[in-house]
Design a protein around this ligand. Structure first.
Ligand SMILES: Cc1ncc(COP(=O)(O)O)c(C=O)c1O
Length: 454
């Protein structure tokens, strides 16, 4: 039986948790701060719970420099729950803007207001999705399904990265090819929001930076950008004020599963039409548990919140703050980049054995996806990795291959172990190929290079 310290875990989620946090968590689970009760037993409305919630929020605010005009919500339902929440909440915000405008024109003529908003919805409601991998695809499908009863195609796929990459994810085409909903005098800045996933966990595609075309333009109405950061939260700096909403499940870089975090601009929490108006327009009002406004008003305690999971997140954040001091998340960014570069360097220097699957400029720092070029040896690669206690390397079932997840809890030591194994495996495969071939090696320059590096 391996000891915890002997295992190097590269699973894509849930991710590993730093051992000291788990050890403190184990004690807190049984008896929190000598109170005689464990953290999963105390009331979520107790002063202890409120303190844990506040401190966890403060940690996040400090690490990411979250401005005052944003609220932090702790939610249920994972990243998938937020795929729906985004649609429910943002469509309601969109409707409310139009309702107020119509009210200015028609005063208390409720019928005229309703007709106007219904018309506007029919002609102008669009949700822009940038689809760069399996998770943004799922989010867009969820939106289409939720809006389907309205009977129109409200989801605008502004980008489907598969279209220019032989039918599979792995690149992000230039911004000037994206088909964002154009600005329109009536609809304001175009779509109700633009949605993207910063890091696609399954496919290993990460946006290199905030898309330039989504930067606020002078004279433009507010463009609302929604971003799923489930798998690269806290791995690099984020200019929060460029976003309307950032969300992510906790189970990768923040803590354990059970909680989902959303950073929501406060003005979006105030603008909700009465549910009866939404229903008359033909749109559902957000289910209570997904309603950001209600969750915010109740300090994320509308219903029972798993305080143990919030505490774990708080401890992970505290550990990052202690580790990186004033450099905050920029410190973690440097570490994440260095770890990812270590692995990619080995892959790139052994091109006869490994093939990173994605275009270089969008390779994920968090989920490093590659193939062992000879399909017969991929299984062997994984089996030998397991023997070496390098675990969780199997690619997602939908795409196969290898995926080394480089979340914040993966230490440089464990990355070095992986790099050593990758190098050793490549050298061995090359030697085997050389020995099994009695004839002169192929004259391809790649093969020549590989032989020279032996
Ligand atoms: C980027 C991304 N978004 C959303 C999800 C869905 O999260 P959940 O399983 O918490 O619903 C995942 C899950 O791995 C993910 O990686």
């Amino acid at each position: 039986m391996p000891a915890r310290a002997e295992v190097a875990y590269f699973g894509a989620g849930p991710a590993g948790i730093p051992t000291p946090v788990l050890e403190r968590g184990a004690a807190a689970f049984v008896n929190f701060e000598d109170s005689g009760l464990g953290l999963a037993e105390i009331s979520h409305r107790s002063s202890t719970a409120t303190k844990i919630l506040d401190e966890t929020k403060k940690g996040l605010i400090s690490l990411l420099d979250i401005p005052d005009n944003y609220d932090i919500l702790f939610l249920h339902g994972g990243g998938s729950g937020e795929f729906s929440a985004v649609v429910f909440n943002m469509v309601a915000v969109w409707v409310e803007k139009r309702r107020r405008k119509a009210q200015e024109q028609f005063g208390d003529d409720d019928e005229a207001i309703l007709l106007r908003v219904r018309e506007e919805l029919k002609y102008y409601l669009r949700l822009d999705y940038l689809i760069t991998g399996s998770w943004s695809l799922k989010a867009s499908q969820e939106a289409a399904q939720l809006l389907d009863p309205l009977g129109q195609n409200f989801v605008n796929v502004a980008l489907d990265a598969r279209e220019t990459n032989e039918g599979r994810f792995g690149s992000i085409p230039p911004e000037d090819t994206w088909k964002l909903t154009p600005a329109n005098a009536n609809s304001g800045c175009g779509s109700a929001f633009v949605y993207y996933c910063d890091n696609e966990t399954v496919d290993g595609v990460e946006f290199p930076s905030f898309p330039q075309c989504l930067e606020a333009q002078a004279g433009e109405n507010d463009r609302l950008v929604i971003c799923d950061m489930s798998s690269n939260f806290l791995s690099r700096r984020v200019d929060v004020k460029k976003y309307a909403v950032i969300f992510g499940g906790a189970q990768k870089n923040i803590g354990i599963t059970d909680i989902t975090l959303a950073i929501v601009r406060k003005d979006l929490l105030g603008d909700m039409p009465p549910p009866s108006f939404l229903h008359k327009v033909g749109v559902w009002s957000p289910p209570t548990i997904l309603n950001w406004q209600i969750v915010s008003k109740n300090n994320s305690l509308y219903n029972t919140l798993p305080i143990f999971s919030v505490w774990i997140a708080g401890e992970v954040l505290r550990a990052l703050i202690v580790l990186h001091g004033d450099s905050k998340v920029a410190g973690q960014e440097a570490v994440s980049n260095a770890k990812a570069e270590t692995v990619y360097r080995v892959l790139d220097t052994n091109p006869d054995v490994y093939q990173p699957v994605n275009h270089r400029d969008v390779r994920s720092r968090m989920n490093i996806c590659f193939r062992v070029k000879d399909p017969k040896t991929e299984k062997q690669f994984l089996a030998e990795a397991e023997e070496r206690l390098l675990q969780g390397l199997k690619g997602h079932r939908s795409v196969g291959g290898i995926r080394a997840s480089n979340y914040n809890s993966v230490s440089m030591d464990n990355i070095s172990k992986l790099a050593e194994y990758l190098t050793e495996f490549a050298q061995r495969k090359r030697r085997e190929t050389l020995h099994s071939s009695n004839s002169t090696p192929h004259d391809s320059s790649q093969h020549q290079e590989a032989l020279i590096s032996l």
